[in-house]
Design a protein around this ligand. Structure first.
Ligand SMILES: Nc1nc2c(c(=O)[nH]1)N[C@H]1C(S)=C(S)[C@@H](COP(=O)(O)O)O[C@H]1N2
Ligand SMILES: [Mo]
Length: 170
């Protein structure tokens, strides 16, 4: 039966994430949305003085500070057994900026038992707080700037398929 005067449907029960926040999601037990203030308050802040090369603008010098990506990512409880190195080595982190730029970091790259790269989610760049634009990925070991994703809005954490391709020998 049609009800032309029915009240409009309620909005879906998802509240928009606050400006400048990022959401950890994917193959995780505890998806979580964090503001830059959360990133500053809940984890030790590490400093990184970096130079990276931009294809269009040349060398860029910046000083960042923020928590280690691996410590923040652990908060979402990725679905691996943390005691098993092989399981951890199968995971990836896809880091997305609000403008659609996105890049990959492997769990092994940032894990202390593997690459141990001090990758940060910066809360401050050159003494400017990043609360409003959102955090920036900092990859001090990279020579070029493409993975310095700014205004990070989401980090998907998960493992790609481990199957052998169709037709591969058993
Ligand atoms: N969100 C977002 N972050 C980004 C990019 C982008 O297009 N979008 N470009 C990257 C590239 S190619 C470079 S070189 C650096 C440039 O950083 P800067 O402008 O802060 O020096 O940002 C990186 N981060
Ligand atoms: Mo760049």
């Amino acid at each position: 039966m049609s009800r032309p005067n029915a009240a409009p449907r309620p909005a879906p029960a998802t509240t928009p994430a606050p400006a400048g926040s990022l959401t950890l999601w994917g193959d995780v037990a505890g998806p979580v949305t964090l503001t830059v203030a959360d990133l500053r308050r809940d984890w030790e802040q590490h400093r990184a003085e970096v130079v990276f090369d931009c294809a269009t603008a040349g060398p860029q010098h910046h000083t960042f500070s923020g928590p280690l990506l691996r410590e923040v990512a652990t908060r979402a409880r990725p679905r691996f057994d943390p005691a098993r190195r092989k399981e951890r080595s199968r995971f990836l982190l896809a880091v997305s900026g609000g403008d659609g730029h996105h890049t990959l970091v492997s769990w092994a790259e940032i894990d202390a038992d593997f690459g141990d790269a001090p990758v940060l989610l910066a809360t401050v760049m050159d003494d400017q707080a990043l609360d409003r634009p959102g955090p920036q990925l900092v990859v001090p070991s990279d020579r070029c700037g493409a993975r310095y994703v700014s205004a990070v809005t989401g980090i998907w954490i998960g493992s790609p398929p481990g199957r052998t391709p169709p037709g591969a020998r058993p």
